[in-house]
Design a protein. Structure first.
Length: 293
């Protein structure tokens, strides 16, 4: 989309997202029809991903998950765009933190944290997380190809104090914060596909050979950081709970890949329980494992 198209979209979005979410969910119901039926959005990719991930399920079961997923995807699009205007008060009610005592305990011990999460439920509403913790909250991000949308999404993500840092700069950021006595919680999206040149490790995930980024594990081990899994649970339409789960309190000296295997296994368990909330439109398995890997 060029600059003119983006500004047309932005103007339309700015106006329509002034409306309450209760009305916008009606828009979402219409959007679902477009994404799933007319003309469909990556339906072939979704079908292939689901079929390979759940070979034990029948075609009818796969179709049921598909429809639930596209309903969720439509809601997700609306909810992300609503970040244009949603207030701090409303978002804090709709995206709550549970088990905050665990974070408070680690903060009192001056422990830095690596939080591993995924494209599951509404990860973009994590933007409100800095309001619920004393930690400096850092989100490691990958810039979008479209610079206009990249700026828009980054604006959404930083509205309430989240700090955005590209992977290439996270070590420098953490070193500076440690020198200045600033305790950090760094959130990594774990289910992205690394480019071929960055693949260092393969694992089994959802019945398939899957390459993994190793940055979260390597940084955690280097600085003996605690590792958490951020489980975002959907309570009802437009309402989520963030549940931090402690995977490792100390990580220095752990065997290679044990951290990665732990968060991959946890994500797989969550997806199998409610598969409709993971983003199946991604070409997660576009790389094939070499015979000598």
């Amino acid at each position: 989309m060029g600059a003119i198209g983006y500004y047309i979209f932005y103007s339309f979005n700015w106006v329509i997202t002034l409306l309450p979410l209760s009305f916008l969910y009606i828009v979402s119901d219409f959007l679902y029809l477009l994404l799933y039926y007319f003309p469909t959005y990556r339906k072939k990719v979704v079908r292939e991903n689901l079929t390979r991930s759940f070979p034990e399920k029948s075609l009818e079961e796969i179709k049921t998950i598909e429809k639930k997923f596209y309903h969720h995807l439509s809601d997700l699009i609306i909810e992300v765009l609503k970040l244009t205007h949603i207030s701090e008060k409303e978002l804090s009610k709709r995206f709550r933190l549970e088990n905050s005592e665990l974070l408070e305990k680690l903060y009192s011990e001056k422990r830095d944290i690596i939080a591993v999460m995924a494209h599951y439920n509404n990860w973009e509403w994590l933007t409100v997380f800095p309001l619920a913790t004393k930690y400096k909250s850092i989100s490691i991000y990958k810039p979008l190809h479209n610079k206009h949308f990249d700026e828009l999404i980054n604006h959404f993500r930083t509205r309430f104090g989240m700090v955005l840092t590209p992977m290439s700069a996270i070590l420098r950021e953490l070193i500076n914060d440690r020198k200045n006595g600033i305790n950090t919680l760094s959130a990594f999206i774990s289910d992205q596909t690394p480019p071929v040149s960055d693949i260092r490790y393969w694992t089994k995930f959802l019945n398939q050979d899957t390459p993994m980024y190793m940055g979260a594990e390597k940084i955690a081990e280097r600085y003996d950081m605690a590792v958490m899994f951020f489980h975002i649970k959907k309570v009802s339409r437009g309402h989520y709970v963030l549940s931090p789960e402690l995977l490792f309190e100390h990580t220095a000296g752990l065997p290679d890949h044990i951290i990665t295997e732990a968060h991959v296994k946890r994500l797989e368990e969550i997806i199998k329980e409610n598969p409709q909330y993971w983003i199946w439109t991604h070409r997660r398995w576009k790389h094939k494992k070499p015979a000598d890997a």
